[in-house]
Write a protein that binds this ligand. Structure first.
Ligand code: HDD
Length: 754
């Protein structure tokens, strides 16, 4: 008798709604679900997950979840009404004159519903339109009261609620997640001094030095205006035309062509504040500061071929990954590190710290850990929270201040301005996700969509009729750092801004040989999509200023001679302090989480050994991996004489490139069902080509022999073939998966030496 294994073996029982059939179920039509008590009462619980899990922390007094839950809508056990609260008797039929007659204008119920529907969309963000967000907290791990009066950093253990949104830059709201692009990394701190937004990216430098060029940059990278192509891609003429005419973008281009621009997950990328900011302490003294987020899971990237394929099979790859990991209770975590330095130090650097195309190498100023960011709750509603959240580079709090970075200056204006058209008026700060936890009190009034009902007749200051309230905070309020400024007004930059190539070279020279090759391949790919030869030529002549080890192979890859070097604006640049910097390579950020949250496919069929499949799944899940049974079809794999495996996924709906590693368990009849399946062949080839770990047990070697050009006959890094599944095999496989990629493997199985 075949017995369904589903009941006997709950896959990833701890992994929340993705795996828990009960939780994934929708109520039947007409059925009611009860609202959990804490949601209904608007409690101050901050970290309740959708799966009912509570994060380990309790936030101080006022917590964001209380604020958001006060506007949550619970429709269970409620009758349907219009927006005016009028009960609706029939939501299926419009009002007509007679049977089959014309619909009537007076059907206000139909008209209200359609009118609302007609206006359900708001303009997408002009950049960073595609993104995903989550709630969490920031915890201070090192008190910084000596250098900043920002209370976020006032004492060890202090927690501040946050909302974080990750994004791509160029694509539209519905575009793919795995485009080659910079990723936004924006954090809104709901501090007790008001909201602080650290609106950063996963790359520490930017394309341009001045906000004046931002609209040009964005116009160049977005789909070309005549035919609106390509979507979410920089590989086209206008982008390369622009950047090849802007030598200041060279450093950023190297980062963008590196694997940083195709992250494996939002959870596995760094974040940077990019600009140099100021910290200011109670005494009014200031130091410079740069912000670095580093993920506990390590920094990991996709391969380009993988990114391209994933974008077809799962355009929501990063969104899904973030959502599922938080639902499962594996809360992503980053360390906040700071580079703190003085004006005197900055004056002596060979580069200008106010130039956003430059980093401060960690050899000059080390990164000191000061806190951690934990994301532990998914939004309840994507539109209300993730879409309507309004980040703004101008949102700073006492203790933090701007510098004279000319790119930052434009940002201070742009973000509030853009929200006015995107969110429909100046009151977007009243949308629940944007509301500060420290309540706003001022005399600003009216405007579109005003929610607050101000009482009394006083809306001016000074006043006596309102008792002088709200009154100025004086020394307790925000005080701008009193920087000395002198000199004429002009449109000229400090001299060091004219040097554009030294740090691009530093970046290239600090990469491993594999990373350098990926950068070269990315340039070749992007420029191969450029149709105007002069633009390709100009780009390479620009890159010659970085290194001919970069420009040479790119020219070769494009089948063109090496052009003359582009003249540089600063022919005699200063001597750089650092020639190589370890932390610029991804090799420096492997992480400590092993195979935790890594997705592993076990390929199964009716011929698989059920007991072994169960054992492998359990052992891998014990180490935190997410295991999926992938079979020729989903559901029961009826295996005569054995209980039946219940496959989560099919070879067609979950191809190999969606997984971090694969296993083929032992089985009967030389596993002919898998061995003869062409999709299994694709699966193995892609795992192989993308340098991922493969484990083949017992009869699985026949599958490897038959497929993937006889892989079983060759000794291949990261490919483990074993007759039995014992502790040693498990350990070797776990280390092979944790290693992430096996770059010591030949690209083509045919080239793999036996
Ligand atoms: Fe920007 C959005 C990051 C330069 C103007 N930017 C936006 C977002 C991020 C960044 C992460 C998405 C926020 C969200 O999730 O809602 N931007 C950066 C970084 C920059 C940068 C790290 C350089 C260091 N941005 C920049 C400049 C300007 C803008 C120079 C204009 C002068 N950015 C905007 C914007 C956006 C935006 C048009 C679009 C949607 C929004 O603000 O809310 O105002």
């Amino acid at each position: 008798e075949t017995e369904a294994i589903a009941a006997a073996m709950p896959y990833n029982v701890n992994k929340g709604s993705e795996y828990d059939a009960e939780k994934a179920q929708c109520p039947m039509a007409g059925a009611r679900i009860d609202q959990p008590a804490q949601l209904a009462t608007g409690s101050t619980l901050s970290e309740k997950n959708n799966n009912g899990k509570t994060g380990e922390s309790a936030l101080p007094g006022k917590a964001l979840y209380g604020q958001l839950s006060s506007v949550q809508q619970n429709d269970s056990e409620q009758v349907m009404t219009t927006n005016q609260g009028v009960p609706i008797a029939d939501n299926q039929n419009s009002l007509t004159a007679g049977y089959g007659g014309p619909a009537l204008l007076k059907d206000f119920i139909l008209r209200e519903k359609i009118t609302h529907f007609d206006h359900e969309r708001i303009p997408e963000r002009i950049v960073h339109a595609r993104g995903s967000g989550a709630h969490g907290y920031f915890e201070c791990t090192r008190a910084l009261a000596d250098i900043t009066c920002a209370t976020v950093f006032s004492e060890v253990g202090k927690r501040t609620p946050v909302f974080t949104r990750f994004s791509t830059v160029a694509g539209e709201r519905g575009s793919k997640d795995t485009a080659r692009d910079v990723r936004g990394f924006a954090v809104k701190f709901y501090s007790d001094q008001g909201n602080w937004d650290l609106v950063g990216n996963n790359i520490p430098v930017f394309f341009i030095q001045d906000a004046m060029k931002f609209p040009d940059l964005v116009h160049a990278v977005k789909p070309e205006p005549h035919h609106a192509m390509p979507q979410a891609a920089s590989a086209h003429d206008t982008f390369w035309d622009f950047v090849s005419l802007m030598p200041e973008s060279t450093h950023m281009l190297l980062w963008q062509m590196s694997d940083r621009a195709i992250p494996r997950s939002y959870r596995m990328m760094q974040g940077f504040g990019v600009h140099t900011f100021r910290f200011v302490n109670r005494g009014g003294e200031s130091v410079f500061v740069k912000f670095h987020w580093t993920p506990k899971a390590g920094v990991h990237s996709l391969l380009w071929d993988e990114a391209v394929k994933i974008s077809g099979a799962d355009p929501d790859f990063h969104r899904r990954d973030l959502w599922e990991t938080i639902e499962s209770g594996e809360y992503p975590e980053w360390e906040l590190g700071l580079q703190v330095f003085t004006q005197e130090q900055a004056d002596n650097f060979s580069f200008d710290v106010l130039d956003p195309t430059k980093i401060v190498p960690e050899e000059l100023v080390p990164v000191v850990p000061v806190g951690k960011l934990v994301l532990n709750r998914n939004p309840d509603n994507f539109f209300a929270e993730t879409e309507q959240v309004a980040f703004c580079a101008a949102h700073i709090i006492p203790g933090i201040d701007f510098t004279n970075d000319p790119l930052l200056a434009g940002r201070i204006h742009s973000y509030v301005d853009t929200q006015i058209s995107r969110l429909g008026g100046p009151n977007f700060h009243e949308i629940p996700v944007n509301r500060p936890l420290n309540p706003a009190h001022n005399n600003q009034r009216d405007g579109m969509h005003r929610q607050t009902i101000h009482r009394g007749r006083v809306s001016y200051e000074p006043n006596s009729l309102g008792g002088g309230c709200p009154f100025q905070a004086g020394q307790g309020g925000f005080i701008s750092f009193p920087e000395q400024i002198e000199g004429p007004e002009h449109r000229i930059k400090p001299e060091k801004f004219a040097e554009h190539f030294l740090q691009a070279r530093l970046f290239f020279d600090s990469q491993s040989s594999v990373e350098q090759q990926h950068i070269i391949d990315a340039f070749v790919f992007e420029l191969s999509k450029v149709t105007v030869p002069a633009v390709r030529r100009r780009t390479i002549s620009l890159l010659r200023n970085v290194s001919d080890k970069l420009a040479g192979p790119i020219a070769q890859g494009l089948g063109m001679p090496l052009p003359d070097i582009m003249p540089s604006a600063m022919p005699n640049p200063p001597q750089p302090e650092v020639a190589q910097s370890e932390k610029l390579s991804l090799c420096a950020f492997k992480g400590e989480e092993g195979i935790k949250t890594r997705k592993i496919a076990i390929l199964v069929s009716q011929q698989s050994h059920v007991g072994q499949v169960i054992e492998i799944s359990e052992k891998l899940m014990q180490q935190g991996a997410v295991v999926r049974l992938v079979a020729p079809h989903i559901g029961l794999q009826n295996n005569p004489g054995e209980i039946s495996l219940d496959a989560d996924a099919s070879l067609e709906n979950s191809p190999g490139f969606l997984f971090d590693a694969m296993v083929i368990a032992d089985g009967t009849d030389e596993l002919t069902q898998l061995a003869s399946n062409v999709m299994v062949d694709d699966f193995i080839r892609e795992q192989y080509r993308h340098k991922k770990a493969i484990l083949a047990l017992g009869a699985a070697k026949f599958v490897l022999q038959k497929n993937a050009i006889g892989l079983a006959e060759k000794k291949t890094p990261g490919v483990l073939i074993s007759d039995t599944f014992d502790a040693a095999t498990l350990n070797s496989f776990v280390s092979a998966v944790a290693k992430d990629r096996h770059f010591d493997r030949a690209d083509n199985p045919a080239d793999q030496t036996a």
